[in-house]
Design a protein around this ligand. Structure first.
Ligand code: NDP
Ligand code: MG
Ligand code: MG
Length: 337
């Protein structure tokens, strides 16, 4: 059974008298730092001049260049995109990190794949909220919390776990539960989940369903509702009651069709492909490819992203969503893995 920590296991006093520098004010950055401030933690934000800097100042924070923020910090939480972290760490964080300080992450990629190798005299801790940044803020403001994972890679001070749990308390995660893991497990399962199921798997399932219906002559609007829009309603049922809860709620015809056809669509071939995807994550070849892609100016990434934006499902979808007033624009930006 996984080890799970709650509020009774965490104490904010481990952050008393300390300064937390959060580097980045994006999805996770704005959420974590606002929650920490509301919890009474002393925070500064490290950034470069630009949009985020202006927004953070407008929200009443002390904002400094990354190097300045790091110099005074006892805890440095890196909340920039994973693919820029190594560079910023090398040039603006490492030279200024205090001995005995703690380096925090919300995803294990750069530590696990050794893009960042911290000195031996700092704590290295993962606090990874299991939800998009905008929910981390909204749920906290409502008095609840988004669960998180905790891992300690390096415990230079002997206090790394206490400090991690205090931080988790500060962002509200201990209200929901903080599960112990390792940087390796968090990184590999996160990459596998987003590639095979959550982002890659679901997107291809939706597109293939949409194309199969439209190629057979059905109206694209019907195909959109059937294969994309309804997905949320089904996933909400799974979220609340598992697969069984979903199957209880749908018609018996749908349930029978599920049992008869699901495994024909996603069957042994998909399982083999999932294993191959997992292997490329575990042996580091996916990470190497992604790091190379960024060094080469993201040519393949940009080409595919452009083509995907022009898929017919996006055209019909954007028209239909305009007619659905209840789909709140602000909700859409929370759908970020
Ligand atoms: P974002 O893409 O939202 O971060 C963007 C922020 O980073 C902006 O404030 C941006 O500032 C800043 N930034 C970018 N480049 C630099 C730079 N060179 N110097 C200083 N600041 C810079 O990141 P996320 O919040 O999505 O991800 C942060 C971390 O959290 C990642 O490790 C990610 O894996 C993890 N995570 C993210 C989740 C999510 O919900 N998005 C969920 C769980 C974990 P500017 O405006 O100047 O560009
Ligand atoms: Mg991820
Ligand atoms: Mg139906």
């Amino acid at each position: 059974m996984a080890k799970v920590y709650y509020a009774k296991d965490a104490d904010l006093k481990h952050l008393e008298g300390k300064t937390v520098a959060v580097v980045g004010y994006g999805s996770q950055g704005h959420a974590q730092v606002q929650n920490l401030r509301d919890s009474g933690v002393d925070v500064v934000i490290g950034l470069r001049k630009g949009n985020s800097w202006d927004r953070a100042e407008k929200d009443g924070f002390t904002v400094q260049p990354v190097a300045e923020a790091v110099k005074q910090a006892d805890v440095v939480q890196l909340l920039m995109p994973d693919e820029v972290q190594a560079n910023v760490y090398q040039n603006e964080v490492a030279p200024h990190l205090k001995a005995g300080a703690a380096l925090f992450f919300s995803h294990g990629f750069n530590i696990h794949f050794e893009q960042i190798v911290p000195p031996k005299d700092v704590d290295v801790v993962l606090i990874a909220p299991k939800g998009p940044g905008h929910l981390v803020r909204r749920v906290f403001a409502e008095g609840f919390g988004v669960p998180a994972l905790i891992a300690v890679q390096q415990d230079a001070t002997g206090k790394a776990k206490d400090l991690g749990l205090a931080y988790a308390e500060g962002i509200g995660a201990t209200r929901a539960g903080v599960i112990e893991t390792s940087f390796q497990e968090e990184t590999e399962t996160d990459l596998f989940g987003e590639q095979s199921v959550l982002c890659g798997g679901v997107s291809e399932l939706v597109k293939n369903g949409f194309e199969t219906l439209t190629e057979a002559g059905y109206q694209p609007e019907i195909a959109y509702f059937e294969c994309l829009h309804e997905l949320k309603l089904i996933v909400d049922l799974m979220y609340e009651g598992g697969l069984a809860g979903m199957r209880y709620s749908v018609s018996d015809t749908a349930e029978y069709g599920d049992y008869m056809s699901g495994h024909r669509v996603v069957g042994p071939a998909s399982r083999e492909a999932m294993k191959a995807v997992l292997k490329e994550i575990q042996d580091g070849s996916f990470a190497r490819k992604w790091i190379e892609e960024n060094k080469n100016g993201r040519r393949e990434f940009n080409r595919i992203a452009e083509a995907e934006k022009n898929h017919p499902i996006e055209e019909v979808g954007s028209k239909l969503r305009k007619t659905m007033a209840w789909i709140d624009e602000s909700e859409k930006e929370t759908i970020k893995q």
